[in-house]
Design a protein. Structure first.
Length: 412
């Protein structure tokens, strides 16, 4: 059954503790708990998985070690947590689920940028409508934490102690043996400095890709206070498989055709209908699955809500969506909720090649006035520094087919 839990409002004032090893924990247990190691999540987000999993492996041992400094008062919440942890042993590990990480990042960024609290989105979208759009599993739960620390152990202990929450819903979710999938995101917050969202599920539908098969606890221990790691430039193969993103070969065709034009623009002048002889050849764009997922979501959203614009009906721009998905952008691109610097949109064409031709032709405008062409063919230094691409296509709506092309660069 879906459960919507009351938000915990207590603000944690303790500074985050550095991840350290206690002799009570074996290397095997520490490695087992470290399920998010090697993913594109931040070190503190990875540690949220680590501490939650340690509590699930052996609650009593967790209470004696990592949690001990948080359990020194005699409040009813602390007393009840001690009793509960004594009963926890050998529960399934929580693994990072890509779609849940995406929904958690969307909500954490949304609440943070608007200075809001709650499970519903800033536009009023209910929690499970948001989660269910991306995570197709009937069982889910969400925790929201607000406080002045972005340190994982502070966050996990805030949710486990669950002060002033009679249902103890946050604690129940973290320790619930029915869940083995989780998404976690820690983002800045206008009012509370930081907020963390945890979305839980009972099934891993889309595993979070890892950059390494190693699950060494030492890696996360040695870097627990480090800044966000630089994500890899390319999250997947250079060409998406035909089964990805709506099962559309046309997405693959669009990707391949655009790279062919970038390699030799002049050759395609007649086919595209504009003079590209003065456009310099550019590097091949690399397929990025995070950007593709955001692009697909935008295309589907335009169909579902009946609009065709860079800014959605809620006032949200593509920069916000890209960053919320975990593809980090520089803060200068996140000043306004409606900002868009990395998106081109097309509508009406089913064929991927035709959609790219439509964008590059750009109504026959000159290079100076053709924004889509300048974006896709990198006709200025700004776009020449971008290497990653994601493309989405959705069918329906007034125009029949909607296309979203995102070309960007990490931490631009």
């Amino acid at each position: 059954m879906k459960k919507l839990f009351v938000i915990i409002m207590a603000m944690v004032l303790m500074h985050g503790l550095r991840a350290q090893s206690y002799s009570e924990w074996s290397a095997q247990e520490l490695a087992k708990a470290n399920t998010a190691q090697g993913t594109s999540l931040t070190q503190q987000e990875q540690l949220v998985f680590f501490y939650c999993n340690l509590a699930r492996i052996d609650g009593a041992k967790f209470m004696r070690t990592y949690a001990a400094d948080y359990l020194t008062d005699n409040s009813p919440a602390v007393a009840s947590l001690k009793r509960d942890l004594q009963q926890v042993k050998g529960r399934p590990m929580l693994y990072p689920e890509k779609d849940l990480c995406y929904t958690a990042a969307l909500h954490a960024t949304d609440m943070g940028s608007h200075g809001m609290t709650g499970h519903n989105s800033s536009d009023g979208t209910p929690c499970f409508t948001r989660i269910g759009k991306y995570y197709k599993c009937g069982t889910a739960a969400e925790n929201c934490s607000y406080g002045y620390s972005d340190q994982a152990l502070d966050i996990v202990m805030q949710l486990l102690i669950d002060r002033n929450t009679p249902s103890l819903g946050h604690r129940i979710s973290i320790l619930n043996a029915d869940y083995n999938a989780m998404g976690t995101s820690i983002k800045p917050h206008k009012s509370y400095k930081y907020n963390c969202v945890q979305d839980f599920g009972a099934k891993i539908i889309t595993p979070m890709p890892t950059s390494s098969s190693s699950n060494s606890y030492n890696n996360i221990q040695n870097n627990s206070n480090a800044n966000r790691p630089t994500p890899p430039r390319n999250d997947g193969p250079s060409v998406p498989s035909s089964g990805d993103y709506n099962g559309s070969n046309e997405v693959v065709n669009a990707f391949n055709y655009l790279n062919a034009v970038r390699k030799n623009p002049a050759r395609y002048s007649n086919e595209i209908g504009v003079d590209l002889s003065g456009v310099k050849p550019m590097h091949e764009l690399k397929w990025n699955f995070t950007l593709a997922k955001v692009a697909q979501a935008k295309a589907e959203d335009m169909v579902e809500r009946g609009y065709f614009a860079h800014v959605d009906p809620d006032g949200g721009g593509m920069n916000y969506k890209i960053n919320a998905a975990g593809y980090t952008l520089a803060s200068s691109f996140l000043q306004n909720y409606s900002d868009n610097n990395f998106e081109s949109l097309a509508a009406g064409n089913k064929a991927g090649k035709d959609a790219i031709i439509q964008l590059i032709n750009d109504g026959g405008a000159s290079n100076d006035n053709a924004g889509h062409r300048r974006h896709l063919l990198a006709i200025e230094p700004f776009w020449a520094n971008c290497y990653d691409i994601g493309i989405g296509m959705a069918q329906g709506g007034v125009y029949g087919y909607y296309w979203c092309v995102i070309i960007a660069k990490h931490d631009f």
